[in-house]
Structure formats: structure tokens, C-alpha cells
Design a protein around this ligand. Structure first.
Ligand code: GLA
Length: 376
């Protein structure tokens, strides 16, 4: 199986932690369809940790919690598929999951088979409780091989948080995405910290195996398992824009059943999602490194030749970032110009030559600009 675009979906962990059950999954699936999330591209519904019984069955197979999932996992999976969504689950390369449930170490092939029988399309695979004498890359290769041979297409989502130099070996394991960061929390400091990690790690990103910056906290508004104060609406917008600019998987983490219209509009912004999902899948580069005191400006070339500028203000006061077009690879002709559209407001800003200086961008705010290159 190959995966050409950063996966998009929803994951239960950020909001619900261990408080999951089949009713939550069914109603979330309903909502992902009825509220337009599937249409916007969010196709995977992933149950994270805490779904299992504490004991395997007599044949050594994982068993879904009878209390949380009384209908059994196959029925839940059928329901999710019936809505036109894909179904994801979770395990760990160690002996236990991070929350202490049975995990797949020593059971990789049996578990891959069980997941295939349940109709699983996506497996998030954590790194907790790895026996210290075991070699991490080999454990991911084992599960990667098991999944690639289980008779079903299952997207392999590795979650070793960048530990043990993950970026150097993860593409050998069969993983289609890999967590390049530690766990996100619902506040600005966490978003900023994950951005800083990604600044160094993004060159390892690429089609087929995507850097996963972690599930989105957009719309949590300080409520739920990963909550830690919450972000402002502008900070959520910046968070979403950064993930799109870096081409990270977009896995929602809020309760989509109760999110307000503003959150829905943010998560479903087609112009920003298009940047994330651009088929050329090029990496962005920092376009104003020497003027970083004015805010970071990243540039990414789209498949159709457009340039997208992501202007991010990590300072605690307003900034007016600017970028010289020579730093975007434009030069050599006096006729070169950029026709610029603001992707968040939809406003056409006009045609600019040589330089673009942004009006003030507030603290923690951003702008996403799509630029058409004009010449001749
Ligand atoms: C780790 C992962 C999280 C989540 C929890 C579940 O911390 O990084 O994303 O899956 O485990 O216990």
C-alpha cells in the first residue's frame, strides 16, 4: 500500500482519553458525515488507546472491552464503513500501551490478523513499554511486515515521538506516517514547541511516509483529556496553518459533535487544506531567515507553480513580516511579479514586485498567502 497525501481524519485521544465507547464512535461517525468533515477530506475515524480488555483471549488475541464496545469491534467498524469513512485503531510496539492495556510486542502477526478481520484501515502504533533490550526499529519492522501481509490495506501510523532517532529508520519499517513530535497539549506553548521541533525535522517528510506533528487541538477550547488552558481562535488558526504548511497529517482531536460554526469553518477551510494536500508534496523553506525578527515567513511551491507564503508571528506583540522576492527564487527578469490572494479572507491583494511587506500581524497570528507568478 502506498499513501500519497497526508492522511486526514479524527482521533479519540485528545478529547476523550479513556472515556470512549461505541456510542461515541457511532455519533462521531454520523457527525463527520452530516457536518461536512468527510466531504472536506477527513476520512479516517481512529479509536486511540483504552479500547481493549486487560486480558487476551485463550488464543492470544486482543479482545475489545465488553463494557465499552458491547457489540464488538467488527460491528463498530461496519458502522463506520457504512458511513463511507475508514476505521482506525491503536496498539503499541511494547508489552503494554501507554495507558497500560495489552499491546502487540510478541503478538505482531496475530494482532495484524485480528485488525484485518475487524476491517481496520489504519493502525496507530505507539512506543510505550518497549522492552529495553529490544531494538526499536526492528519492532516497527515486525508490525510493518505483519500489516503489509495481513491481506488488507492498513495504513501504518508509527508513534515513537521521534525517539531513538526515528527519522533515520522509520521509512524502512513500512510506516506511512510517523510522529515527529512528543504529545500535543491544548495551549499555545505546545503548538509553538511542536513547530520548533518541526523546523529541524521537516526535510525528512515526504510522500509515502509523512511527518506527523500530532493530532490537532483546534476546537478543544480548553476542554478534554489533552486540555491545558486552551488557545484563542487566532492561535488555533495559526496552529492549523502551520500543520498545513508543513504538510502534516490532519487528524482532528476535538469533539466534532459539539463544535461551533467557527471551528467547523476553520477545520474545513478548503484553501488551507489544499495547501496541506498539494499533490507535489514539496517541503516549505524559511524565506526570511535573515529578517526573522519580523516573524517567520515560510514558502512552499505548489504543484501548479504557485507559491504559498505562511507568515507566522510567534512574538507576543504585532509584527510586519516582509519577504524579498529574490529570496523566493524570483529574479533575473524585471517583469517578474506576484499576484497575491489571502487564503483565510479570500481577498485578492493585488500585484506586487520585488518585495511584499505585510500589514501588522497580531501576536500569535498568521497569514497564508497564495501567490501566482506573473512574468513576460
Ligand atoms: C502516547 C501517544 C498519544 C496517545 C497516548 C495513548 O502518549 O503519543 O498520542 O496515543 O499514548 O495512551
Amino acid at each position: 500500500m502506498t499513501v500519497q497525501r497526508p492522511p486526514m481524519g479524527w482521533n479519540s485521544w485528545n478529547t476523550f482519553g479513556s472515556e470512549i465507547n461505541e456510542e461515541l464512535i457511532r455519533t462521531t461517525a454520523d457527525c463527520m458525515v452530516s457536518e461536512g468533515f468527510l466531504d472536506a477530506g477527513y476520512e479516517y475515524l481512529v479509536i486511540d488507546d483504552c479500547w481493549a480488555e486487560k486480558q487476551r483471549d485463550e488464543k492470544g488475541r486482543l479482545v475489545a472491552s465488553r463494557e465499552k464496545f458491547p457489540s464488538g469491534m467488527k460491528a463498530v467498524s461496519d458502522y463506520v464503513h457504512g458511513k463511507g469513512l475508514k476505521f482506525g485503531m491503536y496498539s503499541s510496539a511494547g508489552s503494554l500501551t501507554c495507558a497500560g492495556y495489552p499491546a502487540s510486542f510478541g503478538h505482531e502477526f496475530t494482532d495484524a490478523q485480528t485488525f484485518a478481520e475487524w476491517g481496520v484501515d489504519f493502525l496507530k502504533y505507539d512506543y510505550c513499554f518497549k522492552p529495553t533490550h529490544e531494538y526499536g526499529p526492528q519492532l516497527y519492522r515486525r508490525m510493518g511486515t505483519a500489516l503489509a501481509n495481513c491481506g488488507r490495506d492498513i495504513l501504518f501510523s508509527a508513534c515513537s515521538w521521534g525517539a531513538d532517532n526515528t527519522r533515520e529508520w522509520i521509512k524502512t519499517t513500512g510506516a506511512h506516517m510517523w510522529r515527529s513530535t512528543g504529545d500535543i497539549r491544548d495551549n499555545w506553548e505546545s503548538v509553538k514547541a511542536l513547530y520548533e521541533i518541526q523546523r529541524d525535522t521537516h526535510p525528512y517528510n515526504g510522500a509515502g511516509c509523512f511527518n506527523d506533528m500530532d493530532m490537532l487541538v483546534v476546537g478543544m477550547n480548553g476542554k478534554g483529556h489533552a486540555a491545558l488552558g486552551g488557545c484563542t481562535p487566532e492561535e488555533y488558526r495559526t496552529h492549523f496553518s502551520i500543520w498545513a504548511m508543513f504538510g502534516s497529517p490532519l487528524m482532528m482531536g476535538c469533539d466534532v459533535r459539539s463544535c461551533d460554526a467557527e471551528t467547523r469553518a476553520l477545520l474545513q477551510n478548503r484553501a488551507i487544506i489544499e495547501v496541506d494536500q498539494d499533490p507535489a508534496y514539496r517541503q516549505p523553506y524559511l524565506a526570511n531567515a535573515v529578517n526573522a525578527g519580523s516573524g517567520d515567513v515560510w514558502c512552499r511551491m505548489m504543484a501548479n507553480g504557485d507559491l504559498v507564503l505562511g507568515m507566522f508571528n510567534f512574538f507576543d506583540s504585532a509584527r510586519e513580516p516582509f519577504v524579498a522576492f529574490a529570496d523566493l527564487g524570483l529574479g533575473g527578469s524585471p517583469d517578474l511579479a506576484l499576484s497575491i490572494t489571502d487564503l483565510w479572507t479570500g481577498e485578492e491583494l493585488g500585484v506586487f514586485k520585488d518585495l511584499y511587506r505585510s500589514p501588522a500581524i497580531g501576536a500569535h497570528c498568521c497569514r497564508m498567502l497564495r501567490c501566482k507568478v506573473l512574468y513576460g
